[in-house]
Design a protein around this ligand. Structure first.
Ligand SMILES: Cc1cc2nc3c(=O)[nH]c(=O)nc-3n(C[C@H](O)[C@H](O)[C@H](O)COP(=O)(O)OP(=O)(O)OC[C@H]3O[C@@H](n4cnc5c(N)ncnc54)[C@H](O)[C@@H]3O)c2cc1C
Length: 322
């Protein structure tokens, strides 16, 4: 029977959304596979997340050690090798931490590695068929992953439907004592809290999010007027922060804020996975982009091919006229 393990990322004692998406991914790999959650960390948060996961996974492995106080992929890899069977399929989130963890883990486990998978198409012998996106999401590639000696696979968050949690019924296996040597060449010095900005984009139900398509700093005002008309706030992609047109606290994405609005207006944003990785909670996505082939249209509920510099003022006017 195929054995699948899923690495559960969490923040402040709460599992990230992808924890609920791994079971759907596992089912698409093999309906009859066994699936185990793996929760690694330090302190009470690990126990809280492991308990939370028993309502989703029938089996949860927890590894609770002081050495995991910081998300040090080098140390976590060492522990996982001692706890996960070498021929298992190991799913990790394709986020900044997952990208750090997964390649080295596959080398240590001497197993296959596949990154940024968005779909599975079943197993043929020892070949697991999968779909990944390349060239910033412009191209879907169908690949096979040899799982004869196991595989480490990073899953793009948001690609699989989240499952509903049930009553807590799964069992927890404490493998904290099996982690082995956790010495590390990499040392964490400090965690720097994100700067507090003028607005908290994580609290808004509607976000007017601007990307490089806004073209000029002075055009940010156009988005701000639309946001005001929609009683919402302006967020942005990373190039806008890099250009210093908006504060870092307004950046959505894997190296920015995670947001869970009800409506996400993506204005001149291409839809990179680093950006969309910060858009959670399955919002209604309205994308406006002048390139009809922009990857954002693959995830948008409504896609509009238009110049945002013309579209946004017209929408603002139409709303203000209501
Ligand atoms: C480690 C790492 C972490 C990262 N973290 C983040 C992150 O947290 N958040 C983030 O956003 N990015 C992040 N990035 C960057 C990410 O890879 C992309 O480069 C970035 O998201 C692209 O931003 P964009 O969509 O605004 O720009 P582009 O990809 O340049 O897209 C601009 C879009 O605007 C459209 N456009 C241009 N002009 C107009 C117009 N007048 N009207 C309508 N449409 C127009 C274009 O067709 C294009 O689709 C990260 C990258 C790395 C390597």
């Amino acid at each position: 029977m195929t054995q699948i393990f899923a690495y559960i990322p969490f923040n402040n004692g709460a599992a990230e959304d992808v924890a609920l998406e791994f079971p759907s991914a596992a089912k698409k790999i093999d309906e009859s596979a066994s699936l185990t959650a793996v929760v690694v960390g330090s302190g009470a948060d690990v126990d809280a997340v492991a308990n939370e996961m028993t309502s989703v996974y029938s089996e949860v492995i927890k590894i609770n050690q002081a050495d995991f106080a910081y998300p040090n992929a080098e140390v976590i890899r060492k522990a996982l090798v001692n706890v996960i069977p070498a021929d298992a399929i190991f799913l990790v989130p394709h986020n900044t931490f997952g990208m750090d963890l997964a390649p080295g883990l596959s080398v240590k486990m001497d197993s296959s590695y596949a990154a940024d998978i968005v779909d599975f198409e079943g197993i043929d012998g020892t070949a697991l068929k999968a779909v990944r996106q390349e060239l910033g999401g412009a191209v879907s590639t169908h690949v096979t992953i040899d799982i004869a000696s196991g595989a480490v696979i990073s899953i793009r968050p948001g690609s699989f439907a989240p499952v509903e949690g049930g009553a807590a019924g799964g069992s927890i296996i404490d493998k904290s004592g099996d982690a082995g040597d956790l010495s590390s060449k990499r040392k964490f010095l400090e965690l720097v809290a994100a700067e507090v900005g003028d607005v908290d984009i994580t609290k808004s139900d509607v976000l007017v999010s601007v990307g490089r398509g806004i073209e000029d700093e002075e055009n940010i005002e156009i988005a701000q007027e639309l946001a005001e008309a929609m009683k919402s706030v302006v967020s942005c992609s990373r190039p806008i922060v890099d250009a210093k047109w908006l504060e870092k606290s307004r950046q959505v994405g894997t190296s920015g804020q995670t947001v869970k609005p009800k409506v996400y207006m993506a204005m001149g944003i291409s839809g990179s996975f680093q950006h969309m990785g910060g858009v959670k909670g399955n919002p209604f996505i309205v994308a406006v982009n002048k390139n009809p082939k922009a990857p954002i249209f693959q995830v948008a509920d409504v896609g509009i091919v238009a110049d945002i510099l013309e579209f946004m003022p017209e929408l603002t006017e139409a709303i203000n006229d209501l």
